[in-house]
Design a binder for this molecule. Structure first.
Ligand code: FAD
Length: 459
């Protein structure tokens, strides 16, 4: 007995779920998006909205020509070739089409982020809303979904189980709301419930190295896709992969852009000493910050960097909240930050010498500049942003079982599925999160809808 019937059910109304819905709502197919919480926020809203993509119209307009293969290679160099090569390439091949579709068909305003290149990306390839904020991105997606008559957005309703027939094929879902449980029949189901960052037990089990850090993602992301998937014998992959971040302004609850580092800043500990090669990657650097006294770091940068970053929404917010300490002398800055004064002065002098030389004892080679007064500094904490492992999928975002066969009618994307970051924190390249969320969301939505249309044409 069914309580309702839809063509496609999507669990989770984050970036992955909403993109999947917009892609799937073809030829009048009825798509239901069930969201556990009362808000459309999720990690997508918390993100900086930066979506990496190759071979986009926006890149070409800026004179940047790169292939999807180059993008895939950058991603795999970063993750030491731990991610599935076919999946990584499929996602990169989708990326350019995704951005062009969002701009041309969905009329979502995106622009190329030309301010700086993220670690490991050989070309400028980040695309983001004007405010560089995920909140703007998700608001736009929500608005597009609201305008589609054949997409039903159902809030405060959790997808709690997958319903199968005798052959382990998915034929619907069970949802739970304040009205109790309901059984929804569906031809295809897409899991877009993100990862397990908010589930302390699972984080301790799969990623103990980051379990003590602050969790800076959405509280509803408790690993539901994994729990439901396991019940239908889904295969899991890369559960120890995650995105960490080294720079959350904890008392303000806002991320400090890594642009502060990439444009020439550095990080010290409470003793005023540097402790690693910062530009190598903010994700893996989080574990290094956790090892420092008081488990905090302090980013040091200067006026020139400040002026270039002020257009970024979160950075501007921090500046307005006076979160950055500011001083004409490095000693004065150290005092304001309560960092060892003598050491910070020595560290700055050494850093500037290294910048002129182009290398240092930590292997850093990216020195955009020498730092000059006025100096800025901010105390930051390391955090777990989101997990990168999940349900094993193929290049069509179809979930695979333990024998690596397709579980019929089941798809996953974003944090619910395995991403392209491999098995370690060092594998996360900036943008991998939204790339996997929006890219696999689009692939899943397209494939689910087209399969239904093709199956109906055959019958
Ligand atoms: C602070 C921060 C900054 C980031 N910046 C970037 C960036 O600039 N670029 C980038 O690529 N990535 C970034 N990321 C990562 C990126 O945000 C995520 O990888 C991406 O948003 C994941 O999208 P999603 O749709 O899978 O999950 P989400 O956007 O989190 O959506 C999942 C949704 O599913 C809902 N849900 C969960 N369980 C259920 C259930 N059982 N039933 C129904 N609904 C359910 C949740 O409530 C939520 O609304 C950042 C992450 C954080 C935390």
């Amino acid at each position: 007995m069914w309580d309702a019937e839809l063509d496609i059910v999507i669990a989770g109304a984050g970036g992955c779920g909403l993109i999947a819905a917009l892609a799937a709502a073809k030829e009048g197919l009825e798509v239901g998006v069930f969201e556990k919480t009362e808000f459309i926020l999720g990690n997508t809203a918390a993100s900086a909205g930066m979506i990496p993509a190759a071979d986009t119209k926006l890149q070409k307009e800026a004179g940047i020509y790169e292939s999807e293969e180059e993008m895939a290679e950058d991603i795999q160099i970063k993750n030491h070739y731990e991610s599935d090569t076919e999946l990584t390439l499929a996602l990169c091949k989708e990326s350019g089409k995704l951005i062009d579709w969002m701009v041309d068909d969905l009329n979502i305003e995106l622009s190329l982020v030309k301010e700086f290149k993220y670690p490991g990306q050989r070309n400028i390839r980040m695309h983001a809303p004007p405010s560089r904020s995920g909140l703007e991105l998700i608001k736009n997606l929500k608005h597009k979904v609201a305008n589609k008559e054949n997409i039903y957005l159902v809030m405060k309703t959790e997808v709690t189980d997958l319903i199968t027939n005798g052959e382990n094929e998915i034929i619907g879902v069970e949802v739970t709301s304040s009205d109790g449980k309901q059984r929804i029949k569906a031809e295809k189901v897409i899991l877009a419930t993100n990862g397990f960052g908010a589930n302390k037990d699972l984080v301790k089990k799969y990623i103990p190295e980051i379990a003590d850090a602050l969790y800076f993602g959405y509280e509803a992301n408790t690993g539901d896709a994994i729990k439901m998937g396991l019940k239908v014998n889904a295969s899991l992959a890369s559960l120890s992969g995650y995105q960490g971040h080294s720079a959350v302004a904890e008392s303000h609850g806002i991320l400090v852009t890594w642009g502060t580092i990439m444009m020439g800043g550095f990080m010290v500990n409470l003793n005023g000493n540097r402790f690693g090669n910062e530009p190598h990657g903010y994700s893996e650097f989080a574990v290094e910050v956790l090892k420092q006294p008081n488990k905090n770091g302090y980013i040091i940068f200067d006026q020139e960097i400040f002026d270039q970053l002020i257009s970024i929404e979160d950075f501007k917010k921090l500046a307005e909240m006076k979160a950055f300490k500011k001083a004409e002398s490095i000693e004065d800055l150290a005092e304001q930050l309560s960092v060892n004064k003598k050491n910070l002065k020595k560290t700055l002098d050494q850093f500037n010498d290294s910048a002129i030389r182009g290398s240092d004892e930590f292997g850093r080679k990216d020195f955009a500049k020498v730092l000059k007064p006025t100096y800025y500094g901010i105390k930051v904490a390391p955090a777990l942003f989101h997990t990168q492992g999940g349900l094993k999928i193929n290049k069509h975002a179809q979930v695979l079982n333990e024998n690596l066969e397709v579980i019929k009618n089941l798809y996953a994307g974003g944090g619910a599925a395995v991403g392209v970051s491999g098995d370690h924190s060092y594998g996360y390249m900036s943008g991998n999160g939204l790339l996997a969320a929006l890219g696999f969301g689009k692939i899943a939505g397209d494939h689910a809808a087209e399969s239904i249309i093709n199956e109906r044409m055959k019958n």
